[in-house]
Write a protein that binds this ligand. Structure first.
Ligand code: AQP
Length: 335
């Protein structure tokens, strides 16, 4: 397929109110691509139902996630912003790719193991084939770059393997994508347990800072973050909590470890935590006020969804029809 621009694709699940992990690891970097890239950013509602969702909540969060994309700086005139389930080609390509993905590969996915442990009463087939749907999302647009946090590295590798396998059988079908992982903020850990990733679906509210948390809540959550019995702001064994806070502070301010250590030398954890809370609240304040304005305008959000889905569908159909031909399906006869 002829491409005059590099293609970027990524998505976020509307499976909870987004966290600073989602922001620093992914969304903030969605705005990093120059104009010679065409960017597709999707609200991946089909991925979200691999874990049981309340339907009304899922709908509300889908609008909210789209509003957050725009509030974080993604201009719908310059980016294709859309909802995954509005472009049914994702699910259709997923089925075809399922037939080119090995059971053994999917069994090795750490997110499947983690989510199965968390949802022991609902280990459904969708949870297992989640990475194939993600590969379909990416490959449908002949994507070159996928901006994601560190936790998605394994899924990107699988998408590459599927693309290479498929191209090996049917040459020239897919662009083989590359992950685009930020230098800082790629893996923000839980504030309650720094050995665990911060996740929007965490039931412990003190473990996560959400993009929409009010200023006083952000400050309080950082104050309560688990650290260790020491007081020195530096990395080290047994200091995973402080290391995580240094990652957050560095991602928010651009400061190096050395600069952070110097800034807080002799001041203790209390000062450090207070400073992170203030900086984080300052960074998120403009996003929050823009979000409040956007989310009240459902008509506008629906117009963005429609425009985005129309653009996405046009390109998704081109790839899908190529794939259908390659595997030997007869093109449907249309009137
Ligand atoms: N803690 C994190 N640090 C850095 N990046 C993160 N991402 C998620 N958590 C962190 C990145 O955010 C993007 C969207 O993630 P997702 O919604 O597709 O699913 P996820 O990775 O499973 O995120 P969550 O927050 O943990 O969701 P739930 O709780 O529903 O499972 C991805 O690029 C991801 O890397």
């Amino acid at each position: 397929m002829f491409k005059d621009k590099k293609i970027v694709f990524s998505g976020v699940q509307p499976s909870g109110t987004l966290t600073i992990g989602n922001y620093l690891g992914a969304i903030r970097n969605f705005t990093a691509f120059p104009e010679d890239h065409h960017c597709y950013y999707c609200v991946v509602d089909e991925h979200a139902i691999t874990v049981r969702q309340d339907p009304a909540e899922l709908r509300r969060r889908t609008y909210e996630t789209l509003a957050l994309y725009i509030a974080c700086g993604l201009d719908p005139e310059k980016n294709t912003l859309f909802v995954q389930s509005h472009v049914t080609e994702h699910a259709e390509l997923c089925w075809i790719l399922d037939c080119y993905t090995m059971f053994g590969e999917l069994s090795r996915m750490t997110q499947f193991k983690d989510k199965s442990a968390k949802n022991a009463d609902n280990i459904n087939a969708g949870l297992f084939t989640y990475p194939v749907l993600m590969a379909a999302d990416i490959l449908l647009y002949q994507t070159d770059l996928v901006p994601v946090g560190n936790d998605q590295k394994q899924h990107i590798e699988l998408a590459r393997n599927i693309a290479e396998r498929f191209n090996g059988i049917y040459p020239g079908t897919f662009t083989v994508p590359e992950g685009f992982i930020p230098q800082s903020g790629a893996r923000i850990m839980s504030l309650a347990d720094p050995t665990k990733k911060m996740s929007k679906s965490d039931e412990n509210e003190n473990a996560v800072v959400r993009i929409l948390d009010p200023r006083d809540v952000i400050i309080r959550k950082f104050k309560r973050a688990v650290t260790d019995s020491g007081s020195e702001v530096r990395r080290g064994e047994g200091k995973e909590g402080v290391g995580n806070l240094m990652n957050v502070y560095s991602a928010l301010t651009g400061k190096t470890d050395e600069e952070i250590e110097k800034e807080f030398a002799g001041r203790g954890y209390g000062d450090f935590k207070a400073a992170i809370g203030e900086v984080c609240a300052d960074v998120l304040a403009p996003v929050q006020s823009e979000f409040t304005r956007l989310v009240a305008d459902k008509k506008y959000l629906e117009s963005v969804m429609k425009k985005g889905a129309d653009e996405a569908r046009y390109n998704a159909c081109r790839t899908l029809s190529k794939v259908r031909r390659k595997v030997g399906f007869i093109e449907p006869v249309r009137d």
